[in-house]
Design a protein around this ligand. Structure first.
Ligand code: TRP
Length: 332
């Protein structure tokens, strides 16, 4: 049988090149080899956006547009919406018994986020528990593989612990997933900061126009020690070369630019122009697919409806197995 993949995103805005290189490119490739489900994690997004439900709701369709634009084929991948699959909520409740309060609060990803968001001593319980709901997402599809960036590894570990505990207690029921790490787990920001991120305002979005891309690439941080084109440049940790490696398929051109940069024989302008061309070439087919789908909002509805229907079926079956294992499959 084909292995099952479950991936997902919190709907909270548009997707950028960091998402592309970290996961979307993989998904487009993996959909040909695996049975792939892509979860729009709106319930999870609400755990820290519960005061902003419009932002979450509006991002759901945006996400579908991004997915289709990037090359996700709804005939090969199933897009599902978390809030529309009640089995996930039910599984979460059962799994909460499989994990201690201390364990969830010690989850490294949750810990970092609690700090970043400044929750202090008013951590919403729903937020602290989201790794448990993520375990429900993953197991509801009996996923074998979960492609993730390194920041999500603790979620997979937590899921595996819950699965093992459940299976030990109630008998072999749930599938234990494995993480599938991409080779580009995170992309440096335009400003040279560790990560491309919406909140840092250092991102190129998949939906950016040619002009936006040209402007953003033109403003990129490069080698701060290089004041003029004849200075010997450094390519390590230099965002423009990291991006060339990531997005420019013309390896000869990249090697030539790197060599000339290090020898002081090329200016930033040429390096950046060639990078902008490469990124625009990557985004152009995405822009075309996006425009097509934008013209046809009923098609977005259809994709969502079909995915939800299929998702309900599959997660409903898993819920049945879980209830049976837990002896609450009463036949009244
Ligand atoms: N936690 C993921 C994120 O913040 C989103 C997500 C929710 C997810 N459920 C998932 C990812 C299940 C993989 C599998 O991006």
């Amino acid at each position: 049988m084909k292995k099952i993949i479950l991936t997902g995103d919190r709907p909270s805005g548009r997707l950028h090149l960091g998402h592309y290189i970290g996961s979307l490119a993989n998904r487009v490739r993996l959909q040909n080899e695996y049975d792939q489900y892509i979860l729009i994690a709106d319930v999870q997004a609400l755990t820290d956006n519960y005061e902003n439900p419009e932002k979450v709701a509006n991002s759901v369709r945006e996400l579908v547009l991004d997915y289709i634009a990037v090359g996700i084929d709804p005939g090969k991948s199933t897009i599902v919406v978390q809030s529309q699959l009640p089995a996930i909520a039910e599984l979460t409740v059962f799994y909460l018994n499989m994990v201690s309060l201390n364990r969830v609060l010690r989850n490294p990803t949750v810990k970092v986020e609690i700090e970043q968001k400044g929750f202090g001593d008013t951590i919403p319980a729903g937020f602290a528990m989201y790794p448990v709901s993520q375990a429900a997402d993953i197991t509801a599809f009996e996923a074998n593989l979960v492609p993730v960036g390194e920041d999500q590894l603790p979620m997979i570990e937590q899921t595996r612990e819950i699965v093992r505990k459940f299976n030990n207690l109630y008998g072999q029921t749930l599938v234990e997933p494995e993480a599938l790490m991409g080779k580009f787990p995170r992309l440096i920001g335009l400003d040279g900061k560790a990560k491309m991120s919406k909140s840092l305002n250092n991102s190129i979005y998949l939906s950016d126009s040619v002009e936006e891309v040209n402007k953003k690439v033109g403003s990129m941080y490069t080698d701060p020690t290089r004041l003029k084109p004849t200075d010997l440049g450094h390519i390590e940790e230099n965002p423009v070369f990291i991006y060339h490696d990531a997005f420019n398929p013309n390896k000869e051109e990249v090697e030539d630019l790197k060599r000339r940069y290090q020898e002081g024989k090329v200016g930033d302008v040429e390096v950046k122009q060639k990078l902008a061309v490469a990124i625009n070439n990557l985004l152009e087919p995405m822009r075309k697919r996006r425009v097509e789908l934008e013209k046809n909002p009923a098609e977005i509805d259809r994709i969502l409806k079909d995915g939800i229907e299929k998702g309900r079926e599959i997660s409903g079956e898993v819920l049945k197995k879980v209830k049976k294992a837990m002896k609450i499959d009463y036949q009244f």
